[in-house]
Structures are given as C-alpha cells and as structure tokens.
Write a protein that binds this ligand. Structure first.
Ligand SMILES: [Zn+2]
Ligand SMILES: [Zn+2]
Length: 182
C-alpha cells in the first residue's frame, strides 16, 4: 500500500471505530459537535413507563406553574403567604397521580411508582390520604403538632362545624379546611 492508501485505510477504520463508540457513548445533547459528526445518539437515560405520554402534559403544566410560583417576586405578600401557591401546586401534582392510580385506576403501578421516584408526587402525603381522617389533608406540615401553637394540629384540620370562624386560610399553606367531613 502506498502511504496515502494506508492513511485512507487508517482514517476509515478510525472513523468506523469512532462511529461504533458513538452509538454506545452517553452523549450530552447540548454538546453540538457530537451530533454533527455522528448519528443521533439516544440521550435520555430515564426509562419512561408505558402511559407516561398521557400524563406528561398535565405534569409539565404543573411543573411550569410551580416554577412560576417559585420565581414570583411576592411583592406585598406576607412571607408565609408567598409559599401558598407552591404548596397548592405540590398538592395538585400528588392528587393527580393519586387519583389516576387509586381512584380512576388508569395508570399502572409501574407508572405510579415512577412518578413518585421522579418527584412528581409526594409519597408521604399520599400515604396519609389512604388513612381515615386524612383523605383530604392539604400538606404534611398541617398535621404536625409541633409546628403549631398549643401543640394542636393546624386550624385547617379542625372540622368546619367545630370551629368558630367559618372561612379560614391557614398560615402554613393557605388551606381553607381539609378535615374529612368538610
Ligand atoms: Zn389543611
Ligand atoms: Zn393548615
């Protein structure tokens, strides 16, 4: 072989090896140079269970709302009040997953577990919803006696017929009442 041919040969086998590696390398999608040279490399490391595409739009929408709530400048709001939307959206996300699995039975156990593993739903809050008396619990904090004056649970946990004020918003998450019978 002439030296030119050898060079050609080497570069072609090199690029073959390069391509071969390209298929297995976990390459970052933001790294543009890679995608220019090589066939598209599958970059998603997360394996999404079946049915994910049906719930993804709702979850994405709630994630976006959550981000907006977190970025909100809270002008003129009390410090605690600024957190209310965040609690509310976190509650909505968990409730959505909970309903789909436990009540409507529309998603698989695999997808349900996946959502909790990925942080789309709060496992601890959902565990409470399965217990009598906590079916409507707003957030975990409102059932912790130590966070409240006089070591009682939050005012929002008191059934409507047992509290003096009929309209309330609790200081922790803005809950307007989450006792089971309300
Ligand atoms: Zn509550
Ligand atoms: Zn509360």
């Amino acid at each position: 072989m002439t030296s030119d041919l050898i060079l050609d040969y080497l570069s072609s086998t090199d690029s073959l090896r390069f391509l071969d590696r390209g298929f297995t390398v976990d390459c970052d999608s933001d790294h543009y140079g890679c995608n220019l040279e090589m066939p598209k490399v599958k970059t998603n490391r997360v394996k999404y269970p079946e049915g994910w595409e049906l719930i993804e739009p709702t979850l994405r929408e709630l994630q976006t709302k959550m981000r907006e709530a977190e970025d909100d400048p809270h002008d003129g709001k009390r410090k605690c009040e600024a957190l209310w939307p965040i609690f509310k959206i976190a509650h909505q996300k968990s409730r959505y997953i909970f309903d789909l699995y436990h009540r409507r039975k529309e998603i698989s156990k695999e997808l349900y577990d996946f959502c909790m593993d990925q942080g789309y739903a709060d496992r601890n809050l959902i565990a409470k919803w399965k217990k009598p008396g906590y079916e409507r619990l707003c957030c975990l904090r409102c059932m912790q006696p130590r966070d409240h004056n006089f070591q009682t649970t939050c005012v929002c946990r008191v059934p409507k017929n047992l509290r003096e004020e009929k309209v309330i918003e609790c200081v922790h998450c803005g809950c307007r009442g989450c006792a089971s019978g309300d």
